[in-house]
Design a protein around this ligand. Sequence first.
Ligand code: SDX
Length: 464
Amino acid sequence: MEACCRYCGFCKQLDRAAVVLLAKMKTVENDMEQKRTATLDLGNGSLPLEFPIMAGSMGPEVVDIRSLHARSGVFTYDPGYFSTASCSSKITFIDGDAGILLYRGYPIEQLARQCDFMEVCYLLMNGELPTSDQKMSFDNTIKEHTMVHEQLARFYTGFRRDAHPMAVMVGVVGALSAFYHDAMDISDAAQRELSAFRLVAKLPTITAMAYKYNIGQPFIYPHNNLNYAENFLHMMFATPAEEYKSNPVLARALDRILILHADHEQNASTSTVRLSGSSGANPFACISAGIACLWGPAHGGANEACLNMLEEIGDVSRIGEYIKRAKDKNDSFKLMGFGHRVYKNFDPRAKLMRETCHEVLNELGLQNDPLFKLAMELEKIALEDEYFISRKLYPNVDFYSGIVQRALGIPVSMFTAIFAMARTVGWIAQWSEMISDPEYKIGRPRQLYTGAATRDVVTIALRK
Ligand code: SDX
């Protein structure tokens, strides 16, 4: 705006009119974009229905069918949610064909190589990577919450010593809601954040306690002078009888495993957490539900199942027999650690996990680890087999994670518990994203009913 017009005011009005006109043109342009619709003709003589097509910042567009039932009386049908977007989210993006995984826009390869797990937790929870000051303050906040209530420790004694750690985790994490009544108002952002801090901070303590209980050793308290991964290894492997020093290479490997497992869009356990949270359930109960879902061998339980499978195969000479079984429709056996609902190309996490495998095995002088060699041979054979190629079955994050964890001295039964510990930050970030959206509603899917039509009860004496 010219200096002369500072006082006349006329140009100022012109200026303002131009701004308004530009804004209107932008709205029309956006409207044009938003007006793209999908047409559905139900073939029953009713008028075709138009549904808006929505575009995200990346990835597939969606057809907004929220009004379908109200306008037509029909539901969509999508068991297993092969073609259903359950929500909009800014947290994680996956392109399964391109093998891309982004946390808040950052490629997993860069995060795994340049950041530590606390930076990634901050990123997932806040949307941006922390500055050094923000990271220090976040680290300190998490460290303030690493201990658990002494009464909580007594819950473990209710379990058999040989209880699966995941059974213990489901119970103990759910029980946290019995201890934190001071921060269960989920409508209060500060209380949601406090619960998120508590969960991220306490999961390593609870997970390590499950292991110590299982082997009959005393619980080890967290040490706040250690970083997240070092603290976990310390609580897992230290004993009161001697000084424990964690190997920095192994601690860094565990830190990377945690980063790779931190979040993964709307997978089964994350969807479980969201659905549980949509009823207003407290965050501890929701995370406990997520742990229960993750336990399944088709999901997070695959890493434990994969290592058990490798041990069962035992030798390269037996790989063919198991590949044959995996292809046999009459055999329920699946190649654990292979295949993925979304990745139809390499799971980028599997590549990073294999790299971590090499690093850890080299550090430990286990380059010739027979199980790792067996896994690499199995991967090679499977990737050359038409059955796997045609179905786009590649190794997923679980294929190598078991070998790395075993090399770190972590027992197989703890693998999925560590997956749950890592995924807790993703679950709670997704839960917070949903709860902080004032538009969220309770999730209530419908069904295609194929049962008996209406009929009358016959009294028992007359039933045949
Ligand atoms: C995780 O969703 C996520 O993001 C999960 C996860 C995360 O970070 O949260 O990435 C973590 O859960 C990884 C996946 C871990 N699970 C496993 O490794 C278990 C083995 N994988 C399979 O159970 C299976 O691949 C799934 C469950 C992972 C995916 O199954 P889908 O998408 O439902 O596909 P499908 O079962 O319909 O398989 C398609 C075809 C079928 O053959 P056809 O009927 O076409 O002849 O591929 C076959 C399947 O039989 N198949 C396999 C196989 N996986 C799929 N055959 C042998 N071995 C396998 N592993």
